[in-house]
Design a protein around this ligand. Structure first.
Ligand SMILES: *Cc1c(COP(=O)(O)O)cnc(C)c1O
Length: 390
């Protein structure tokens, strides 16, 4: 059989199951209202929570740095790729996260893979939340330690599994801070006290919490007032740029520089992206206004959707999953939203469990009251049309 024949059979299986994915082209900057495949759409699905990806100060910082440093970084951090801007940004991240040190990776994905494949060793066990991000799962697969999955935010299950794993040399608990498909906040206070009791280390992936949760937006650590052993994050969500990081002790960072393969064998991030990220952190540190606007938008949308009778999952975060159930119905809902000029893709298995397909709304600080009211009107009319609400 020809390769393409075999592959097209596999693709048709996906299509039949309502799981086919395709690309859509955005023809403008990451604003709330943009052109997608040439058609005007209001976007309720970006991770640009604080609208920093298109902030004039961030763009200016990028341009200034581009002039001095050029575009590419030209080498890995350990060869020719390490610049003043990498250093400055790492110091900024450490101070923002209130840790001794921080280390940049080219993405959050690579930060997770780098940590999980280097820190836990053969003879150790990683206890991983069932709904952890794909990059955590891939990191666990690359690790020589054993991985044991516990039920989503189920502390009784976690405690049972910590007890059962007493014979392992070391225990690591790894969790998303905010779960990307469910919008739940991990009970990190409880995870940390369990970890203390059973002598385990805690690794948190704060991709969706950085810039968002806590009084100053520092993330889940600030939200709960706790200090995990390892904090991982991305610059590609609320920070509005690109790249990932690990924050923790001086020794942890020194260890990763020497052992994390996704750090060692990767070209360094472009310096201009470091300068952009630095400017974005300064904006977050200087003002709470964007975060306050963001949460006021989140509260309004969640309350109104619930009033209409929609099943809304998750805690108070900018991720607002509206449960539809069947994959094809979720796709139909999302297509109808698109016809009405609202872009929010349906999320289906394998990203979420079978029967839990959903519309995953995300909101930003920049969405206007008018845009939000229009979104809510569409959820009401399409919900009724498809018999999802009464
Ligand atoms: C987005 C995300 C990542 C990946 O970050 P990138 O910088 O986009 O590679 C990792 N973990 C979680 C929980 C995420 O949501």
């Amino acid at each position: 059989m020809k390769l393409d024949t075999w592959l097209s059979q596999r693709i048709s299986t996906r299509k039949t199951a309502g799981l086919y994915r395709k690309l859509r082209t955005m023809n403008s900057a990451p604003l709330t209202e943009i052109l997608i495949d040439g058609q005007k759409q209001i976007v309720f699905s970006s991770n640009n929570y604080l609208a920093l990806a298109n902030d004039p100060k961030v763009i200016h910082a990028t341009e200034m740095c581009l002039r001095d440093f050029g575009v590419g970084s030209s080498g890995s951090r350990l060869t020719t790729g390490h610049t003043d801007w990498h250093q400055k940004l790492e110091e900024k991240i450490a101070s923002f996260k209130q840790t001794e040190k921080a280390l940049l990776f080219s993405s959050g994905y690579l930060a997770n893979v780098g940590v999980l494949s280097s820190l836990p060793e053969k003879g150790d066990v990683i206890l991983s939340d069932q709904l952890n991000h794909a990059s955590i799962i891939d990191g666990c697969r690359l690790s020589k330690a054993k991985t044991v999955v516990y039920n989503h935010i189920d502390m009784i299950d976690l405690e049972g599994k910590l007890k059962e794993s007493a014979s392992y040399q070391r225990r690591f608990v790894v969790t998303d801070g905010v779960f990307s498909m469910d919008g739940t906040i991990a009970p990190l206070d409880q995870i940390i006290s369990l970890a203390k009791r059973y002598d385990a280390y805690v690794i948190v992936d704060d991709a969706h919490a950085t810039g968002v949760l806590g009084k100053n937006g520092r993330g889940t650590s600030e939200y709960y007032g706790i200090h995990p052993d390892v904090v991982i994050g991305t610059l590609s969500k609320a920070i509005g740029t690109e790249g990932g990081f690990v924050a923790g002790s001086h020794i942890l960072i020194d260890f990763l520089i020497n052992h994390a393969r996704t750090f060692i064998f990767q070209t360094a991030m472009p310096p201009a992206i470091c300068a952009a990220s630095y400017a974005a952190f300064e904006i977050i540190e200087d003002s709470h206004t964007k975060r306050q606007q963001l949460f006021s938008n989140v509260k309004k949308i969640k309350a109104r959707l619930k009033e209409m009778g929609h099943t809304v999952k998750g805690d108070l975060t900018p991720i607002i999953p509206v449960l539809i159930g069947d994959s094809k119905e979720a796709v139909l809902f999302s297509e109808k939203l698109l016809e009405n000029g609202i872009y929010t893709p349906a999320i289906r298995p394998p990203t979420v469990p079978n029967g839990e397909s959903r519309i995953r709304l995300t909101v930003t600080s920049d969405h206007s009251a008018k845009e939000i009211d229009y979104l809510l009107d569409c959820f009401q009319s399409i919900g009724k049309e498809l018999n999802i609400i009464k």
